[in-house]
Design a protein around this ligand. Structure first.
Ligand code: FES
Length: 128
């Protein structure tokens, strides 16, 4: 099922907007011009993941040399702080744990969400 969830220009950069589609809450993220969609249900204990903080990934090249990788959008769950890669739904500390992601695209200026398929890297997600 493909669902038009709004005009692309209405989705602010580096923000999450939660939409209700087919009795699911799905967070839509616009990051560096690309769109991503992931479940609002955290795979840890079911927290409202998409109400968490969105950021780039912090890493280190050497002790004390902190680097922000702005190409990797992360979201941190507000309940216990687990972080997930928005692009794949994988947990940062344990990539075998995921939240469900969904294909999302822009066509003729509209954001289209496809609930029939899970995201390309998320075929093992367990959410029904
Ligand atoms: S419920 Fe999300 S980190 Fe625990």
């Amino acid at each position: 099922m493909s669902t038009d969830i709004g005009a692309a220009h209405d989705f602010a950069e580096r923000q999450v907007r939660i939409v209700d589609v087919a009795q699911r809450q799905i967070g839509i993220v616009r990051w560096r011009g690309d769109f991503y969609a992931l479940s609002n249900i955290c795979s840890h204990q079911g927290g409202p993941l998409c109400r968490g903080v969105l950021s780039g990934r912090l890493g280190a090249t050497a002790p004390g040399e902190i680097v922000l990788d702005d190409t990797v959008p992360l979201i941190a769950c507000p309940w216990h702080g687990w972080e997930f890669d928005v692009r794949t739904g994988r947990a940062i500390l344990d990539p075998t744990l995921r939240v469900r992601t969904y294909p999302v695209r822009v066509a003729a200026g509209r954001v289209i969400l496809d609930l029939d398929r899970v995201g390309a890297e998320n075929v093992l997600a367990s959410e029904a």
